[in-house]
Design a binder for this molecule. Structure first.
Ligand code: ADP
Length: 754
């Protein structure tokens, strides 16, 4: 950090951490006990309007010494009509709308025109503050109205925020006629930055300067509730109240709503250190929240008429209501672009089964949505990343930190290392973090790298306010003595996330939550339906195969009986018909047997046991012995392992695969190779033949029940064998597939976990 500073403030008790200072107790700004001397303050007791407390400057202002006012009714000093007007306001309790009473009093033989501002303080005490009316012939009512209207129009017609700020300072300076007007904008931490300025040419510029939180801390509450504060002359001696305390309570009088309220010693010193004599400040509010200030400076004392102050208040209210509209119009094109990216991403995630693919696989992707350099999706314990992201262990640490520290569904920071020091290690990747939680403890995180910036502070921001003991031995607050520019190199920060980007992240979160929930719901329904239809099918297959077997056996027996008994009397055609019937019945019996076996695969919850594959294959070959011999099959096999599984079912698998290898043979003698490969977590078995081969376009079909690639005339079969194999292998948590070349042979592969 470099410093360009003059001599520091001489203090007794230096405490540079301003957070520790108790502003409210050390500088209760609403209880100063004195007012600014350009007006007088009278505290009135109802109903007679008896003056019970008064500022000590009445003699110079009204020509009446304070002692002569105390305990007298106000009506003693002002004409009856004016008192009547005053009472009307009090009776109607119209303090919010009409609080100005024009008064007139004779002083030194001449009429003094007075603006009387009537209000109740927070304890309900009635107070009237009198200021001399300022006559300005350039501000007759119509002229005044027109200048206000044109100022408002000039501010409203600007097309961007920066243009609006500039119009504000120009229009206000034009109206108030002061040396400098600034728009001062607060950041998240209540530090302020001068974002626009209009000034006398010969004075130095404050544009772009930053002011620390502490500078405005004591007055921010005030501006949340009030629309204007005028200090006419910082150097003028204040007028004390007489008596010092409010007589009824003997406590300091609450001057929180008073327009003449004296300025606190710390504030006075602050302005004096800046070399300023007079200030007029109006708050800017966004949705009712303090957003910034319009600050007018003058280097000599400056009175501002009641009417002009009202106009300024009115303007700052208009500007406040304009802020949201202008902010929304800002970055319009960029916002439209983000909306269209959002729409595309939502479309991708709703078509893909897995929302993560939808977010990263296409263009635009997750990064484009918030203009980030890297992003990580943490979903059910796994990371999927895109762009520049911290290494895996760092990501894990960050997710743990999020889980333990962040409750909000959307979280953003441009200075992660300050919240989570571990992140300094990867500041070049993730000084900025924007995170949304999609389900509890599942996140999408976007990252931005460090962006080193120079911030110009108006004076040392780390030593803004200190405690010091004044000449009477009282501890007071004292501001920094110098406002010479301090340059601070800001590290470990990224570029800030724009509010439209944060909105985009929020919208994406809702979309994912909705779509993921819908997909989960659909998946659950589908699974339920599948389970039901599987169950139905299994039940049906079981019942059908059982119940059909009996009548079928009957048909088969009678057809055979018919053939035996009437053989001699039947002609050749009849014999052929009977043969067809017998064939049909036999096929149907095989079909039913196969179906029964198929339907039982999932329902048998036999425990897996250790089995020798060698033994399983021997058994399958024994079952196929006749076919093996007839077709002169040679079978070559590897040394086979022992595995865990269901013995009967694995015999069925090998029997089907070997059976098919024989059935779908070419002219040449079938040669079958059974091999095994041992992998880290599974065995890979293969059964290779030199048969007719399978067209690859049918690869999906052959594992589906009843799907056959040939007619039964060519090759007998039911189309259940491979479906059965698949079901059995899946029950063993393995998978099955094949490779084939037409007229050269096929290899069926399947895996069994170790
Ligand atoms: P099936 O053998 O009863 O027809 P499968 O389910 O066992 O029923 O096989 C389905 C289809 O896959 C067969 O009809 C056949 O077209 C094809 N197929 C299976 N194994 C082989 C093989 N080793 N060589 C060529 N085609 C095969």
């Amino acid at each position: 950090m470099s410093q360009n500073n003059s001599s520091p403030l001489q203090t007794v008790d230096i405490d540079s951490t301003e957070e520790k200072l108790d502003y409210f107790n050390l500088e209760p700004i609403h209880l100063p006990g004195f007012i600014q001397p350009h007006g007088v303050l009278l505290v009135l007791e109802e109903p007679r309007l008896k003056i019970v407390q008064v500022s000590n400057n009445t003699e110079s202002f009204l020509g009446i010494p304070p002692e002569k006012l105390l305990n007298y009714s106000l009506s003693k000093f002002f004409p009856r009509t004016q008192i009547r007007n005053l009472k009307k306001i009090i009776d109607r309790n119209e303090f919010e709308t009409v609080n100005l009473v024009k008064l007139k009093i004779k002083k030194d033989g001449e009429y003094l025109f007075i603006d009387g501002v009537l209000h109740r303080n927070n304890d309900g005490v009635l107070i009237i503050e009198l200021e001399q009316s300022i006559y300005r012939d350039d501000l007759d009512f119509i002229g005044f109205y027109h200048s206000l209207k044109s100022a408002a129009a000039n501010i409203q017609k600007t097309s961007s925020l920066s243009e609006m700020y500039q119009a504000i300072v120009q229009e206000i300076r034009n109206m108030v006629k002061c040396d400098r007007v600034m728009v001062y904008k607060f950041d998240k931490n209540w530090n302020g930055e001068v974002v626009a300025e209009d000034k006398r040419e010969d004075i130095e510029s404050f544009l772009g300067l930053h002011y620390p939180d502490a500078d405005t801390k004591p007055c921010r509450n005030f501006y949340s509730e009030h629309w204007l504060r005028l200090i006419v002359d910082v150097n003028a001696e204040s007028a004390d109240l007489l008596p010092v305390n409010y007589p009824e309570t003997n406590l300091p009088l609450d001057l929180g709503n008073s327009v003449l309220r004296g300025l606190s010693p710390c504030h006075r010193e602050y302005l004096q250190n800046m070399g300023i004599c007079s200030t007029l400040v109006m708050p800017l509010k966004r949705s009712g929240q303090l957003w910034g200030l319009i600050s007018c400076h003058h280097y000599t004392p400056k009175k501002v008429s009641y009417e002009l102050r009202q106009a300024c208040e009115f303007l700052s209210q208009i500007i406040s209501s304009e802020l949201i509209a202008k902010e929304e119009a800002e970055d319009y094109d960029y916002k439209i672009k983000l909306k269209s990216i959002h729409t595309k991403l939502t479309e991708y995630i709703s078509i893909k089964n897995n929302f993560i693919d939808g977010l990263i696989a296409d263009s635009p992707n997750l990064l484009d949505l918030v203009n980030a350099q890297g992003a990580a999706i943490y979903w059910q314990g796994d990371f999927t990343t895109i762009g520049n992201v911290p290494q895996n262990p760092h990501l894990k640490g960050l997710i743990e930190w999020l889980k333990n520290n962040i409750q909000a569904a959307v979280f953003e920071t441009k200075s992660l290392p300050f919240l989570y020091p571990e992140a300094e290690k990867y500041k070049n990747i993730a000084s900025g973090l924007l995170a949304i939680s999609i389900l509890p403890k599942n996140y999408i995180c976007w990252f931005r790298p460090e962006f080193i910036q120079t911030v110009k502070w108006a004076g040392n921001p780390h030593n803004t306010v200190v405690k010091k003991i004044d000449s009477e031995g009282v501890v007071r607050l004292s501001p920094r003595g110098s406002f010479a520019v301090w340059k601070e190199i800001v590290r470990l920060n990224s570029l800030a996330w724009k509010s439209c980007e944060i909105e985009a992240a929020k919208d994406l979160r809702s979309a994912i939550v909705n779509i993921a929930l819908r997909q989960a719901d659909e998946q659950a329904k589908l699974t339920q339906e599948l389970e039901r239809s599987n169950e139905d099918l299994e039940k049906f297959a079981y019942v059908a195969s059982h119940d059909l077997q009996e009548p079928l056996n009957l048909v088969s027996s009678y057809v055979q009986l018919l053939e035996m008994r009437y053989r001699d009397r039947l002609d050749e055609d009849a014999k052929e018909f009977i043969n067809f019937a017998v064939d049909g019945v036999t096929h149907m019996q095989t079909l039913i047997d196969d179906l029964l076996t198929y339907s039982r695969v999932g329902t048998q919850d036999k425990k897996f046991v250790k089995i020798e594959v060698e033994d399983v294959i021997n058994r399958a070959c024994t079952n196929l012995q006749e076919k093996i011999q007839t077709n002169e099959v040679t079978i070559m096999r590897d040394l086979l392992p022992s595995i865990f599984g269901d013995r009967t079912q694995l015999i069925q698998v090998f029997q089907n695969l070997i059976g098919n290898a024989i059935k779908f043979r070419k002219e040449e003698k079938p040669h079958i190779q059974i091999r095994v490969e041992e992998n880290e977590d599974h065995y890979l078995f293969s059964v290779r033949d030199n048969g007719i081969g399978i067209e690859l376009q049918f690869s999906d079909r052959i594992f589906t029940i009843f799907q056959r690639l040939h007619s039964r005339d060519e090759y007998p079969g039911t189309g259940i064998g491979l479906a059965l194999c698949k079901k059995i292998i899946e029950r063993h948590e393995g998978s099955i597939w094949f490779e084939s070349e037409l007229r050269k042979g096929s290899t069926f592969y399947f895996t069994i976990p170790r």
